[in-house]
Design a protein around this ligand. Sequence first.
Ligand code: ADP
Ligand code: MG
Length: 321
Amino acid sequence: PVLADQIAAGEVVERPASVIKELVENSIDAKSTQIDINVKDAGLNSMQVVDDGIGIENDDIKLAFKRHATSKINNPQDLFKVHSLGFRGEALPSIASVSDVQLKTSTGDEGTKLHIRGSKIESIMPSESRRGTSITVSDLFYNTPARLKYMKSLQTELAKITDIVDRLAIGHPNIAFSLVHNNRELIRTSGRNNLQQVIGDIYGARNLKRVIKINNQDDDFKINGYISLPELTRASRNYVTIILNGRYVKNYNIFKALTDGYGSKLMVGRYPIVTLNINLDPTLIDVNVHPTKQTVRISKEEQLCNLISKTVYDAIFPQNL
Ligand code: ADP
Ligand code: MG
């Protein structure tokens, strides 16, 4: 089982940022209202995620570290209507197979503390009982030196962490996020469910006046979010965040549809700041394409892309309405 977990880790846990993504998505699935992330040395030293979510039942703690044990879907049909961010039951066992994990969790009554290193349970004992879960991952890739060798500079690894936390915070304005790196606070959002405010928290308050709200729908899709006016563009495409039923995804066709909506207003190599929420019937999405769940297949994708381009175009060129 250790070997299988390590093989799965090869796909799910590429770098510190992937650990953060999986832990935070678990906290989101656990209905947390506050998620605090504390990272040392770009995660290569340690990463801690503390949430105030539902916690893990005593009997389920060991199970959570077994492969394909997920509390989130119960039968094969559920796979076609996934509402949670996780469903593969791979992240925790994968992470624990290539690192040192300290978990503290409580559903509100008695709490439990678990220490697991390289898939081996070192200790499990009762602990304090504040509701929620705290997971600390250290010594990432200590037993897979080939993987460790592929880590980039601390600066690059940290940039990947802030990037993923930015997008998770943008995707969940109703959750208060904080990210602290080597005792310095890099990200803080209020959790007051104000997307425009979160965009300001992430991209800088002075940019707030240069984003406009979009909102549209057709028979299958509801879209809403904020897009920047053409004068606010960046030299990187990293400021475009596409969120499908609450899940941050990467999708080139949607990205293209968005930028197409700007017509000739975008200079070559410049990209807008966009947060686009797309909501649709979960049976129209296949999330089970890749272990990281960032690639998805959407039925009626062309119809969706047309809706997006048109909505962006009408917002940017309102005189044509
Ligand atoms: P998945 O998210 O695909 O179900 P994971 O390996 O990420 O699988 O997590 C395994 C299980 O552990 C989850 O199904 C959930 O029951 C539990 N779990 C993990 N993290 C948390 C958390 N922060 N709060 C509550 N439960 C959690
Ligand atoms: Mg998960």
